[in-house]
Design a protein around this ligand. Structure first.
Ligand code: ADP
Ligand code: MG
Length: 375
């Protein structure tokens, strides 16, 4: 995708990006269960923060409270200097993009873009200039006189994005905005959103259940589970150093291997796997002798190793799938646990065959031992 395309001149300057502070935010729809539970969250001015979580974890509820469509059951929300907790939506100056672009079908694209400016009583000439600016921002200058039905889904979503930015909002909220698009369009739109964020620099709070989207778009990702933050951090922190088994399993593929905690020396520990092998791992959660642990290891960090290597597990190959740049091998440890590993496709190498026994190993720093989830 093109980077660094010139933006239209005569725009209203950079957006006034504002920080956002949520303090003790809870939401209950039925007066008993909290779907968002005592949430504290700080988003920096101009930051791109993604809330990532499974369906039903409370992501949309957070955006609805930020936008002012739902009242928090407890807690306060600040945007910049203002406590907006009880302000109605139209007084919060927030841009919004949703999965269903919700353009007015009976208005042209230019009229759709002009609408929020007219509602804010911009002067006629300023509206016309700003609509041109917005069309050019999303590279759809020729489309102003068309109706939404004459645009593709991807183009309509770009217009929805332009409409959310047109009145210089201090904060932009996006709720699964790419959910209705096919894979190729999603990738293009991700590039478009990154380009616009770099250029205009608004604070963006983005919601998705797609971990690839979260990792590639965001400055920080807030992983959400059951109304609470499971972990928040830069994409690399979350992928490389998950602090709990939920995050390890939710972001990217992971092997979860059961074992028993033996001993630790600070940040490392010894674990006896169910098949009897004794291995080392990073120690998360201060286990004590005999406690069940779950070892998390990424498939791309597991490989066939020579005899005498540390952290060894013998497996029987189930099958290998060709992925182009790699082969994804499914195999089974002696206790029945399925182990996935990835073999980079360097060309010319022999592939593991079903039924073959392989000695797998990993570096100690690539295995993380979490307290086993209670069942
Ligand atoms: P997500 O966006 O992560 O899928 P939501 O915030 O939409 O999660 O929903 C969280 C929980 O709150 C779900 O159990 C959902 O059924 C419930 N919920 C959401 N909106 C309402 C509402 N307006 N009334 C009652 N329950 C709701
Ligand atoms: Mg939702």
């Amino acid at each position: 995708m093109t980077q660094g395309v010139d933006f239209p001149q005569g725009d209203a300057g950079p957006l006034r990006a504002e920080p956002v502070l949520l303090r003790g935010i809870s939401k209950s729809y039925d007066g008993s269960a909290n779907v968002v539970d005592a949430l504290n969250l700080d988003v920096g001015a101009g930051e791109f923060l993604t809330i990532l979580g499974p369906s039903g974890s409370g992501k949309t509820s957070i955006l609805m409270m930020l936008a002012g469509f739902e009242r928090p059951s407890a807690g306060s929300i600040r945007i910049g200097e203002r406590d907006v907790s009880i302000l109605p939506p139209h007084r919060r100056n927030i841009g919004m993009v949703f999965q269903h672009y919700a353009l007015f079908p009976h208005l042209t694209i230019a009229q759709n873009l002009a609408y929020p400016l007219q509602a804010r009583r911009w002067a006629r000439q300023d509206v016309a200039e700003r609509v041109e600016w917005a069309l050019s921002l999303v590279r759809l200058t020729a489309m102003g006189s068309r109706h939404p039905s004459q645009l593709s889904g991807g183009q309509q979503q770009r217009i929805a994005l332009a409409r959310a930015l047109i009145y210089n909002p201090q904060l932009v909220l996006m709720d699964e905005p790419l959910g209705a698009l096919d894979k190729q369009l999603r990738d293009q739109m991700q590039d478009e959103i990154i380009r616009i964020h770099r250029k205009l620099g608004p604070t963006i709070i983005y919601v998705t259940h797609d971990q690839g989207e979260a990792l590639s778009l965001s400055d920080r990702v807030c992983v959400f589970e059951g109304g609470r933050i499971a972990q928040i951090g830069a994409p690399t922190d979350l992928y490389e150093a998950p602090t709990n088994a939920f995050v390890a399993g939710f972001l990217g593929e992971n092997n979860a291997i059961g074992g028993i905690f033996l001993s630790s020396d600070g940040d490392r520990c010894h674990v006896r796997l169910k098949g009897g092998e004794i291995v080392c791992a990073i120690n998360i959660g201060n286990g004590s002798y005999g406690e069940p642990v779950s070892l998390a290891i990424r498939p791309e960090r597991v490989k066939a190793v020579p005899e005498g290597s540390p952290n060894v597990l013998h497996v029987e190959v189930i099958d290998a799938t060709y992925l182009g740049d790699s082969h994804r091998v499914r195999s089974r440890a002696s206790d029945g646990t399925e182990i996935i590993w990835k073999l980079p496709n360097c060309g010319g190498q022999a592939l593991p065959t079903p039924g073959e026994t392989i000695r797998l190993g990993w570096r100690t720093e690539d295995a993380r031992a979490f307290p086993a989830p209670r069942i």
